[in-house]
Ligand binder design. Structure first.
Ligand code: C2E
Ligand code: MG
Ligand code: MG
Length: 734
């Protein structure tokens, strides 16, 4: 059904061939032969032209189509009739047609064909097509240009793929650049054939160029992997992919640069191994950061010593090693005594300085193979390998004296002591847990033995430890179970000899262990925050008791209540005190709060404000245990206080210790100058009382006059109207 006009593609007709005429019949025969040949050749061309997908065209010099194949119809989507006589302007945009005109013109002028160029055409419905076209000049027998011919090939799809490829290549490149520093390719013999990127190895001494032709293990790189290069090569031989293999290069100055390399095998379309390609990254900075993070996580930032976590990591293999070689391993648990006092009175910066100094001293006392770690707070552990108990004892003694050497803080020398607990593997403990628990328990024993000493773990300690644990749980329930009570200790006016007031002192009536003195549970209560509700209870109970006595007809008494630093940092303290007083119906003047020197350190402005508020209410304030908290009298004048309660340790040495007496005299004189009342606590002897009276101390408190006693005993004492001297009974607790 093809009806399109087909002119012979040849440029000659029989007449033009100028053949000689012979006879008419011969001529006719000749013509018909020629016609047959022509028909056959035309047939051949037509078959060829119709069997190709591409479009074939012939135009005259104006560009009007004079001949074309079916391929062209299909391509442009016009029927043969429509297409016939069409000009290229009819299937091109005006711009493209103008462009085409220039091509035709060039071919016409030069006679040189254009073998391939992008020829953008438009289909019947307006859809654009990209074709690759050729232009040849068509000449007649006389050699005159009569038109053009050529092929048009639809390359729209191919161009689209090429574009997409180009885009994906660009995308790939930017990905490589974002996620890595360089891209590499190796041949089947693992030699670099391509290296591109920002930097190949960050020091700059290795560039992509001088690595070409070399293998990765021939360029001064070390592989940071178990099995090393051997394993890496085995992997390559298996044509396996690899991810993030870390390698490094040591620079001449000793610095290490780390790189991370990933690669995958390349195969050709027939599955033959061609080599590898992959990416690389300089991860030196990252690696440094990781190391730093690991160091921070495993070391104490203040002292630089390994922390609890790191210590645990040391301990397990150390025990394992000791076990295997049948050696001993000693853990010394070191806890500073009264560190809290320094921290509270001199401030955290001073506390930090002290800890750093102690850490340094500990480190310098042990062998490099021994371990010193800071477990937190003021706790340190020393782990000593291969040491007999007597050697460990020598070391413990040395540590105690090293710690006790004065430490200079804020221009002054301070002394701290420590308590050490020692536990030895394998004699006392088989595993790390029992080793540490044993050392900890022994340390508590050392504390109980009066601090500044060391104790070895023993079987007996174990029971004490479990007692301590149940003790801690018990404290949480003590308030609810109503296990607290107050004892009262009178204060005596030295001039009149009469009782001026009472101090309420907390006791814990433990269901199992009996009456427990505050020093054994207050530190724990402070640590856990329990001191706040406990202190609140003590204040209320003391005020109520005081008013109960008055209601019984006894003379009004001043009631002193101890206040923990933690309570002072609680919100609404002054409000709470006010409420308590109102509730009990007690005049504020009858209440005295005893605070330790430490109150001045933390947030002095806020403390000052709270204390002033309390004092404005009429409540009296006293500084308790004065003299041991490292504060000076000078600091005192800034505090809104009424009374100075000198610590009993200064009273102890009177009247034998000249130094103590001199200090006491000075404190009294200066306190007087500041208009403060001075009271001495812990007065146990007549001699002490005598001395204090002579030096104008205002009041005394101590066993000489009375121990802290129950409320019943106090009411008895007050009822009798005279001080009741208690004899000290031997072995009595409290
Ligand atoms: P503190 O306030 O300095 O109390 C004086 C301590 O010295 C009392 O110990 C008392 O029994 C003891 N003492 C009194 N006279 C003598 C003496 O002549 N010789 C000796 N050797 N000691 C004497 P206690 O009752 O064991 O209290 C110890 C500490 O517990 C108190 O020291 C105080 O800081 C604290 N504390 C007691 N009750 C409370 C409380 O309700 N709240 C708070 N936050 N702390 C309290
Ligand atoms: Mg007190
Ligand atoms: Mg005291």
């Amino acid at each position: 059904m093809q009806k399109f006009a087909m002119k012979p593609p040849g440029d000659k007709n029989p007449e033009e061939r100028g053949e000689n005429e012979i006879t008419p019949s011969a001529q006719a025969a000749q013509r018909s032969r020629a016609e047959e040949e022509l028909r056959q050749s035309e047939e051949k061309y037509r078959t060829i032209l119709e069997s190709i997908e591409d479009g074939y065209y012939e135009t005259n010099l104006r560009g009007d189509l004079t001949f074309f194949n079916k391929g062209l119809c299909r391509m442009l989507d016009f029927s043969e009739d429509e297409l016939r006589g069409m000009n290229n302007r009819d299937y091109q945009t005006p711009e493209e047609a103008a462009e085409m005109y220039r091509f035709f013109n060039r071919v016409y002028r030069t006679g040189i064909p254009v073998p391939s160029f992008d020829w953008n055409v438009v289909q019947k419905d307006g859809s654009p097509l990209t074709t690759e076209g050729s232009i040849h000049l068509v000449k007649n027998a006389r050699g005159e240009a009569v038109g053009f011919r050529g092929i048009l090939r639809d390359v729209t799809k191919r161009r689209r793929v090429e574009l997409a490829l180009g885009e994906s290549e660009a995308r790939f490149r930017s990905l490589v650049e974002l996620s890595s520093d360089w891209f590499w390719e190796q041949d089947a013999k693992f030699r670099f054939v391509r290296l591109e990127g920002r930097q190949v190895i960050a020091d700059g001494s290795v560039s992509g160029q001088n690595l070409l032709g070399k293998r990765r293990w021939e360029i001064g790189l070390e592989i940071d992997e178990s099995g090393g290069w051997e394993r890496h090569r085995a992997l390559l031989r298996e044509h396996l992919p690899f991810r993030d293999q870390i390698m490094h290069r040591t620079l001449p100055d000793g610095e290490k640069r780390y790189i991370s390399v990933s690669g995958e095998p390349i195969f050709d379309e027939r599955g033959r191994f061609k080599g590898y390609r992959g990416v690389g990254r300089d991860i030196t900075e990252q690696k440094r950061a990781q190391e730093r993070i690991k160091f921070l996580a495993t070391h104490d930032s203040l002292t630089g010593l390994p922390n609890r976590l790191m210590f645990g990591e040391f301990l397990t293999p150390a025990i394992e090693l000791a076990r295997r070689h049948g050696r001993t391993l000693a853990a010394l648990f070191i806890d500073l005594d009264r560190f809290k006092v320094i921290n509270d009175t001199l401030g955290h910066a001073a506390g930090d300085k002290l800890l750093k100094e102690i850490a340094g001293r500990l480190r310098s006392m042990v062998r490099a193979s021994d371990i010193v770690a800071r477990m937190g707070g003021d706790e340190f552990v020393v782990l000593v390998q291969e040491a007999a108990p007597h050697q460990v004892a020598v070391l413990a003694r040395k540590i105690l004296s090293a710690i006790a050497r004065p430490i200079e803080i804020l221009g002054q020398g301070y002394r701290v002591t420590a308590s050490i607990g020692i536990c030895i593997h394998p004699t006392d403990a088989g595993d790390e847990r029992s080793l540490m628990n044993g050392a900890d328990a022994a340390m508590y024993l050392a504390k109980g033995e009066g601090r500044d000493n060391f104790q070895f773990y023993s079987e007996g300690i174990r029971t004490q430890t479990s007692e301590r644990l149940s003790f801690e749980t018990g404290l949480r329930n003590a308030l609810e179970n109503n296990e607290f009570l107050l004892h009262y200790q009178p204060k005596l006016d030295l001039k009149s000899g009469s009782v001026t007031g009472l101090e309420a002192l907390l006791r814990w009536q433990h269901p199992e262990f009996g009456l427990i003195p505050p020093e054994q549970f207050i530190p724990l209560a402070e640590e856990s925050g329990l001191i706040i509700p406990i202190g609140r209870w003590a204040l209320r109970a003391a005020c109520r008791q005081n008013m109960a006595w008055q209601n019984e007809g006894l003379p009004p008494m001043r009631m002193a209540v101890n206040l923990s630093m933690r309570q002072l940092s609680a919100e609404y303290l002054s409000q709470e005190i006010d409420d308590t007083l109102q509730e009990a119906g007690m005049p504020p003047e009858l209440l005295e709060l005893e605070l330790t020197e430490g109150v001045m350190i933390h947030n002095p402005e806020r403390t000052f404000r709270i204390l002033s508020e309390i004092r404005k209410m009429g409540v009296r304030l006293a500084i308790d245990d004065f003299g041991i908290g490292y504060s000076s009298l000078g600091q005192l004048k800034h505090l809104p206080v009424d009374t100075l309660k000198v610590d009993r340790s200064f009273i102890h040495g009177i009247p034998d210790n000249c130094k103590d007496m001199a200090i006491m005299k000075a404190i009294i004189t200066m306190a007087k100058a500041l208009n403060l009342t001075v009271i001495a606590e812990g007065v146990e002897t007549k001699g002490q009382e005598q001395f204090l009276r002579e030096h104008n101390c205002d009041e005394i408190q101590g066993y000489l006059f009375s121990k802290p006693v129950s409320s019943e005993e106090i009411s008895l004492m007050l009822r009798q109207g005279r001080p009741r001297f208690l004899e000290r009974r031997a072995g009595e607790v409290i």
